[in-house]
Structure formats: C-alpha cells, structure tokens
Write a protein that binds this ligand. Structure first.
Ligand SMILES: *[C@@H]1O[C@H](CO)[C@@H](O)[C@H](O)[C@H]1NC(C)=O
Ligand SMILES: *[C@@H]1O[C@H](CO)[C@@H](O)[C@H](O)[C@H]1NC(C)=O
Length: 319
C-alpha cells in the first residue's frame, strides 16, 4: 500500500471515530453508559472501581441501569446497584428501569429490581405503573412477581384506567383474574395481620391446576355451567364482596349469550383462591353463599356433590 493510500485510510478511520465520539458526547453518553449498553460487565465493574459516576445521565436522562434494563443485563444491573445507583431514576419519558424491564419482558430483571426494593408504584409519562404495562401486554409472569410484591391497585393512568381496566380492555382474562385475586388478598391481609408465614411462602395468583383442588374446582365448573341461572353469579359475587369494578372487569370478556357461565366460573375460582388462602372450608363457604342468595335447594345438592367421592375437600383446607 502506498503511503498516500495509507494516510487517506487512517484519516478516514479517525474522522469516523471522531464523528462517532462527538455524537456520543452530544447524547451525553459516558464510558460507563457504553459499557452497560454493550453488555460488558467486566468494563462496568472496572469503571465503577476507578470511580466513574454511576448516576451519570444522558441527554435523555438515561442512566446506566436504564440501559441494563433495556437489554436484560442482570449481572450489570447487579454491579450498578451494588455501586449505589439510583434505582428509581426516571428518564425523559419518566420511565424507571423497572418500567423498561417490564416493557422488554425480562422477568428475572424485574425480580432483581423487586428484591432491591424498587418503587413499583411510579407512574411514567402516561401515568402507567409497571403493573399497567404488564397488564397492557399480557405479561403474566411479571404481573405475578409484582402482585406478590404488593402494589397500589387503585392507581390510574392518564385515561383514568386502573391496571385491572387495562387488562380487561386487552382481553387478558387470566391477568384480570390475577389482579382481582390480589385485590381481595390485600384486603384480607389487612384484616388479618397475623396471617402467618404459610401464606407468604406459598402465595401465587396464577391459575390453580393443583390436584388437591381438582374436585372442588370441577364442582364449581358444574355449578357455573349447569345450575346457576344468568345473573346469579353476580348475586353470589356481591354476597362475597366482589366490587362492581371486579364484576365489570370479569364481564368485559364476551363470547356470546352464554358468557355468563364463564363469568360465573371465573368468579368462583377467584373466590376459591381467597378461601383456600384463608384456610377456610370451601364447601361450607359455597353452601352459605348459595343459601345467602336464596338458593337453599342448590346449596344442599352442591354440598352433596362436593362431599361425594371427595378425596380433596379436607386436604383443600388442611394443605
Ligand atoms: C414526570 O413526572 C413529573 C413528576 O414526578 C411531572 O411533573 C412531569 O410532568 C412528568 N413528565 C412527563 C414527560 O410526563
Ligand atoms: C376483545 O374481545 C372483544 C370480543 O370479546 C373484541 O371485540 C375486542 O376487539 C377485543 N379487544 C382486543 C384489544 O383484542
């Protein structure tokens, strides 16, 4: 290669590097941002050790944790949090690293942020909390983590919607049910402060597929699909103190004129979740509920069905 060509090439390389650099500087990216964005955890560690400012922000107010969340780099997030980064810092769209991890669907990252006690109730520029975002995108695993950690379910977004409304609007019925279970659980927990460690250890809001509840669940399926008249599930729901918002969210799913059967079935399973969590007897509760809405006839026959060939009800309450 002639000296001239070499010079031209070198010049080109420098010019490109310079324009990249000036671009980075304009955006306000620091070396730590670049290391975090690139997933170079050893660089991040090194930079932190030599005293790089962990809380440096770009023009768009992105800190390094935002970048780690954007790509799901847990190791880097851990290093940054150990170095004392502000975990709840907001970027120019008022999004926290948690918001970003939920949107990008990184459950492990969300778990990490929850264990670092990040604020789950922060609203972004659409006034959406992390749960709103999980609800909007139907992210069950992430919603489970957030609901177990505990959040304020009354918070509304810019359109005045709670996360329950958002889940219902998106037809995410499993999420709707999870949020109602959590809402009822939070209330129960408040009323029963000494609920013990069993609940904390085994708490879940997901669908129940366990063998020990199979029999009572099949009784509920028959009750909802064969025996309850249209509208009766709502009476039962009111009797069991479901709120109007809960009922409306369940009803939003529409599959035709027989939808009431599915609505009733879902309501019964949500109720069962609370009864089992509280360590109460579901057969007794079901009997009382049916008597409470004036269906003593049905109460008797359901009790017989529930007790028949049942290996489960006792296990159900004694688990
Ligand atoms: C961000 O949140 C602050 C309050 O914390 C608010 O005053 C501001 O308007 C919000 N910005 C956006 C873009 O939503
Ligand atoms: C939800 O389902 C209803 C029908 O039950 C449908 O009309 C509506 O478009 C769906 N919405 C979304 C967001 O998928």
């Amino acid at each position: 290669m002639s000296e001239w060509t070499l010079m031209k090439k070198t010049h080109l390389v420098y010019r490109n590097a310079a324009s990249v650099l000036s671009c980075l500087v304009q955006e306000g990216l620091t070396a730590l941002h670049l290391a975090a964005e690139g997933g170079h955890s050893h660089c991040v560690k090194l930079l932190v050790q030599v005293g790089a400012d962990v809380n440096a922000q770009t023009q768009k107010k992105m800190n390094c944790l935002h970048y780690a969340a954007l790509h799901g780099y847990e190791e880097i997030a851990r290093i940054l949090m150990d170095a004392g980064i502000h975990t709840d810092a907001l970027n120019h769209q008022n999004a926290s690293a948690m918001h970003i991890a939920v949107l990008q669907n990184f459950p492990a990252m969300v778990k990490l942020f929850i264990s670092a006690e990040c604020d789950l109730d922060i609203p972004d520029n659409r006034q959406q909390t992390s749960l709103h975002i999980a609800a909007e995108h139907g992210r069950q695993d992430i919603a489970e983590l957030i609901l177990i950690a505990g959040v304020n379910l009354k918070l509304t977004d810019k359109q005045g919607k709670t996360s329950l409304d958002v889940a219902a609007r998106g037809n995410h019925t499993i999420l709707v049910d999870m949020i109602i279970k959590a809402d009822r659980f939070y209330k129960w927990e408040k009323d029963n402060l000494n609920s013990g460690s069993w609940v904390a250890k085994h708490l879940t809001f997901k669908q129940d597929h366990r063998l020990e509840t199979q029999h009572i669940r099949s009784v509920m399926w028959r009750l909802a699909t064969k025996y309850l008249k249209p509208g009766e599930w709502k009476k039962l729901a009111h009797y069991w103190k479901f709120t109007d918002d809960h009922i409306r969210a369940i009803e939003q799913q529409w599959t035709g004129t027989k939808s009431y059967r599915e609505h009733g079935h879902r309501m019964l399973l949500i109720w069962l979740h609370g009864v089992i969590t509280a360590g109460e007897n579901p057969i007794k509760g079901l009997y009382e509920g049916l008597v409470g809405i004036g269906r003593r006839d049905l109460a008797e026959s359901i009790r017989k069905k529930a007790n028949a060939d049942s290996t489960s009800p006792r296990k159900c309450t004694a688990m």
